[in-house]
Design a protein around this ligand. Structure first.
Ligand SMILES: NC(=O)c1ccc[n+]([C@@H]2O[C@H](COP(=O)([O-])OP(=O)(O)OC[C@H]3O[C@@H](n4cnc5c(N)ncnc54)[C@H](O)[C@@H]3O)[C@@H](O)[C@H]2O)c1
Length: 483
């Protein structure tokens, strides 16, 4: 364990949303914290904001008054960089601009002791590039907290090309000592979370643009069938379409216009219109309207719900003589052509416990009457049914397959370990299951076949399967051959 001891002084530069949050985390962990901001009065305002947030914890009975006082006593606003010279750890959380950050780091290095660690909370800039202006770039590291820092558990510990391994260990252990989950990764655009999450938004936007389903249906399927905490459109509205679009553009540009990260014209249109989401009163949804009543389908014991029990056990289902199969990427029409029989496909479900909604699509040979009986049968078991257009991979499966593909691509390029990737997506964006584990649960050959079907249908290299995913599937197939 190489965590900094609580005797070590922590300096934070930038007393905005992130800097104040990180100052609070470090002070709660027992460090003396120097909070610096270049703008007159901003450091004191940052401390006042922390005091207000701690006061609300006290009023809710979650924090003792005496403990609040001890935490606040440890936070000292500082108005000049000279005041930071004694810090052992320096965390920068200022404006997201490479030149401004580089200038600050050079100024800090001139004043700091030889042992001081220089960390940056940047979301999108290269740690290697920030470190490049320093005399000793080995001590520069990414310490990427998520917003709000006191609540969000994840910290990405990001190594630039020159960062020393010992400093990575110290920062990861220190983040853990501060009550966080630390994941180590290499400095590549978007690090782990902002990169692997791109398809969550990007596929939803494409699915909408292609007319597979409407906004509300896509969001409901992702939450009620896929188990995600928020649907992609509700989430983009919460993040702000301007912010979400800017992150996508920055990752797209940083990857030399790789179509995997291509931004959406539909989202750009919303940004151009000023429909930024919750903060502007309108985004994908209109927030001036009353929210519609939550969709709460009844749930009962699985034994009374034979269709659900069969889905849960992975058994083939037949209703009215028609097979109901989980999508494997092929469209329902294509499957009918292959099998010579009409079929109904259902979308990926996370699990049957608490399942409230299921997405289905019927092949052309399914009569309206038969489809009606199938829908009624599913509804009789307490499920809402969303019928979607017949596109490869439907909605939840297509999105999750693309998340898994991106995770395998990051793994292939040694951005982080499989364990770090799964942990990062669970704690950084609250995914119900990490993408690598999810891929294994679905079956990696199925994930690969979904991506290949999307590629075949679109010929868009956005949908090229990751070599990492393909290699694992080929290996699994070789191992499964009879000896
Ligand atoms: N907001 C988020 O969701 C989020 C999440 C993770 C990381 N980040 C990153 O954290 C950093 C800060 O983001 P934020 O949202 O807290 O921004 P913010 O605008 O709320 O705060 C930035 C603060 O930095 C101060 N500042 C600007 N230039 C300075 C300088 N040269 N020296 C000292 N102080 C200076 C400003 O006065 C301001 O108080 C950025 O790098 C951002 O990418 C943001």
């Amino acid at each position: 364990m190489t965590a900094l001891s609580t005797d070590a002084i922590v300096a934070i530069a930038g007393a905005g949303a992130m800097g104040s949050g990180i100052a609070q985390v470090a002070a709660e962990a027992g460090h003396h914290v120097l909070l610096f901001d270049a703008f007159e009065g901003a450091a004191q305002r940052g401390r006042d904001g922390i005091a207000a947030s701690l006061a609300s914890q006290v009023s809710k009975g979650r924090l003792e008054r005496a403990e609040r006082d001890r935490i606040l006593d440890r936070i000292q606003p500082v108005n000049h960089l000279d005041g930071l010279a004694d810090a052992r750890l320096f965390v920068e959380a200022i404006t997201e601009d490479l030149e401004i950050k580089r200038t600050l780091f050079r100024e800090v290095e001139r004043r700091a002791g030889p042992e001081a660690i220089l960390a940056t909370n940047t979301s999108s800039l290269s740690i290697t590039a920030i470190a490049a202006g320093l005399n000793d770039p080995r001590r520069c590291v990414g310490m990427h907290f998520f917003n709000p820092a006191p609540l969000m558990k994840l910290v990405e510990v990001v190594a630039g090309t020159a960062t020393s391994a010992a400093i990575i260990d110290t920062i990861a252990d220190t983040a853990e000592a501060w009550g966080k989950k630390a994941v180590r990764c290499r400095s590549t655009p978007g690090f782990i979370v902002n990169r692997i999450a791109r398809p969550y938004y990007g596929e939803a936007l494409r699915i909408l643009e292609e007319g597979v389903a409407d906004i509300a249906t896509i969001d409901s399927l992702m939450t009620q069938s896929g188990g995600f905490r928020m649907g992609p459109f509700a989430l983009m509205d919460l993040i702000g379409n301007d912010v979400n679009f800017a992150v996508t553009c920055s990752i797209f540009e940083a990857n030399f216009s790789d179509p995997r990260y291509r931004p959406s014209l539909m989202q750009k249109d919303l940004v151009d219109a000023g429909w930024l989401g919750r903060k502007s009163g309108r985004g994908f949804y209109d927030y001036s309207e009353k929210p519609s009543a939550a969709n709460d389908a009844s749930s009962g014991s699985l034994s009374n719900r034979p269709t659900l029990a069969a889905l849960g056990a992975g058994r083939a289902l037949r209703i009215d003589g028609i097979s109901i199969l989980q999508t494997d990427g092929r469209s329902a029409a294509e499957l009918e052509l292959t099998m010579g029989l009409p079929v109904v496909l259902h979308d990926l479900i996370l699990n049957t416990d608490g399942l409230k909604r299921i997405g289905i699509v019927a092949s052309p040979g399914v009569s309206d009457e038969a489809l009606c009986r199938i829908v009624n049968g599913l509804q009789a078991e307490g499920l809402e049914v969303s019928q979607v257009a017949d596109h490869p991979g439907m909605i939840v499966m297509r999105t999750v397959a693309m998340l898994v593909n991106e995770a395998f691509e990051a793994l292939l390029h040694k951005v982080a370990s499989a364990q770090a990737i799964d942990l990062a997506m669970r704690f950084g964006v609250n995914y119900p299951v990490g993408p690598i584990e999810w891929g294994e649960r679905i079956g990696l050959p199925i994930v690969l076949s979904v991506i290949e079907a999307l590629f075949d249908a679109t010929r868009d290299s956005r949908y090229r399967p990751s070599l990492g995913l393909r290699n694992v599937v080929t290996r699994q197939r070789a191992l499964a051959l009879p000896a």
